[in-house]
Design a protein around this ligand. Structure first.
Ligand code: SF4
Length: 242
């Protein structure tokens, strides 16, 4: 069943969403005016699609970039092409450092991230964290699609916070959006989304580290499913990890 078919557009949901969309447009406008070199970091999740659309509708053409870890599912690559085409947006792609990848793979093997938390974090550092540092070098703020209810590690998230790891402000315009509101927005605007969402993948990262979840499981349960929920971040959004 399609994810959008599961959303019941009740009057309450639509009314709440209307207020959030209005606030979202104000935030996007404000970000563009306050931070001349801001960039939106898209990983093409459902929340990111909302932001692509809101930026597309805004007169503030905020720069957009993504991190290609080299291990993304094909469905994500398909979506990237679709989004570029539909919204006519330039999306800068940052790749991992080739030498670091070669050294890690030669030393530890192709799928070493399953063996220990240290090796998993090292892989995430090389494929995501270090490219993000490069992507944010010339930026004075960044925008993400993170929401507070996504996981235990994101409960204290704020709409705007100082990212001490990268020494710039981080804006999370959808911080108080619910999963239903994100999907109602996608449905009402007939937006494209990752086909894996229709196969019980609420949160999608690299292919070998993402799997479908069961009914009732936490929405990030399919990410690094073999680890303790408290460790489930890749370092992109951790203040102390770089
Ligand atoms: S999510 Fe998995 S494959 Fe992707 S960077 Fe992290 S450990 Fe490596």
């Amino acid at each position: 069943m399609k994810k959008t078919d599961q959303i019941n557009l009740t009057p309450e949901l639509q009314e709440g969403l209307e207020k959030k969309v209005k606030a979202l447009h104000e935030i996007i406008q404000d970000i563009g005016e306050t931070y001349p070199s801001v960039a939106f970091a898209s990983s093409f999740g459902a929340e990111d699609i909302v932001l692509h659309h809101a930026i597309h509708q805004s007169s503030n053409k905020i720069a957009i970039f993504t991190l290609d870890t080299g291990r993304l599912p094909n469905e994500t690559y398909e979506l990237i092409s679709k989004v570029k085409q539909i919204f006519n947006q330039k999306i800068e792609v940052f790749f991992p450092d080739q030498k670091k990848i070669e050294a890690y793979m030669n030393e530890n093997g192709v799928n070493a991230f399953y063996e220990s938390l240290e090796l998993r974090k090292e892989c995430c550092y090389i494929r995501k964290v270090e490219p993000l540092i490069r992507a944010l070098q010339a930026r004075n703020a960044w925008v993400t699609g993170m929401r507070a209810e996504q996981s235990q590690t994101r409960e204290t998230l704020k709409i705007k916070e100082f990212d001490s790891g990268h020494n710039i402000d981080k804006i999370n315009p959808l911080v108080d959006w619910s999963d239903s509101e994100v999907w109602a927005y996608i449905k009402l605007n007939d937006l494209p989304y990752n086909r894996l969402h229709d196969k019980f993948y609420p949160s999608i990262g690299c292919a070998p580290c993402t799997r479908a979840i069961s009914i009732g499981e936490d929405i990030r349960a399919g990410r690094w499913w073999w680890e303790n929920p408290k460790n489930k971040e890749c370092g992109l959004h951790s203040k102390d990890e770089k």
